[in-house]
Design a binder for this molecule. Sequence first.
Ligand code: ACO
Length: 374
Amino acid sequence: MTGKGLESVEVGESAISFVEGAQGRLSFRGYPASELARALCYESVVHLLLRGSLPADDPPREIDAELRARRPLPAGALAVIEHLPPGAAPMDALRTMVSALDGHAFPYPPTETQGLELIARTPTLLAAFERRRHGAPPVDPDPGAGHVTDYLGMLEGRRPEPERARALERYFILLADHGMNASTFALRVVLSTQSDLLSGATTGIGALKGPLHGGAPAKAVEMLDAIGRPENAEEWIRAALARHERLMGFGHRAYKVEDPRAEALREIARGTARPERFRLAEAVERTALRALREAKPRERIYTNVEFWGGVVLEAVGLPRDLFTPTFALARTAGWAAHALEQAADNRLIRPDVRYVGPRDLHLPPGAIAGRRSD
Ligand code: ACO
């Protein structure tokens, strides 16, 4: 018998990222994620996750060149975007667009090239979708821009200010991987059947979409809007908890202390958000932590990555419904690394379940006869 929701169950082994929930530490291939986010570019973290070691150069020459070369969309991708239903939510659109990338180029087993293709193309797809829904033509990738800078450039149609691009790049690095989170597990289940990387990635996108995983950051900033001023925080939060609502951006299955990504993102938000927005977020966080301690004294609920992640993405200027799809773009690096790791030592993931339904029932004699009308 295992814990509900597979809590604390080790489903295998991985050498990609290490989540130390009790200590509030996260490392990628042994290096603290917050240190990587301060020092390196996203392409170097892609190198680290996929190849297992730091590159000799930052950006890494080979991986950087491969990512740049793969950013342009294959023929037909824009036609898929044209045919998406008007008003499609960006996360749904991303799932469909990834699914429609050329499946023949992604046969099982997954390869590093396939992983780089997934990482490189998803920002171009999402940016083209975003522009098309506002009636603007897509912007071609700029081979002179880095991965994250180019994502913003393709969204906005102009080269972003370096500070804004760097804030987003640090966000991308911090969210690039995270142990056996729900979307990564879902992807690994799909890969374990010897299905392909695109099928795994679309499954990962589906899992990430839910508010208990990656769907919380827009809701966290909506909470800030609803609270409006620091002095309203106490009453608003206590009323929400009295209604048994969950505060978005708080609590984590693995961390029983502060999520180290929340700490890093708070510092990024301090440097990028408008001062009054930052002060409001700090006041809401303080009040929420106190109220959660009182309302749930047995749970250890702290700020998670989504609260300050939402504040950072807002400060960078992204529309709210791009927050979770942008999280997905950052996570493609982790998904690709996990797909490679799963395939390298694969066994079908097929757990058991304790059956609790009725047994040994039988249809009464004649129960079926005469029922059908056709
Ligand atoms: N607000 C209010 N209560 C909470 C919160 C919260 N944010 N988080 C947990 N709790 C309470 C639950 O209501 C529950 O109390 P109860 O037993 O009295 O009903 C108790 O704490 C345990 O909750 P579980 O859902 O069992 O805890 P779990 O470890 O599975 O939860 C989760 C993790 C799903 C993230 C949860 O904390 C949550 O729903 N948070 C809000 C949504 C959110 O921020 N999602 C983003 C997560 S980060 C990421 O995936 C990238």
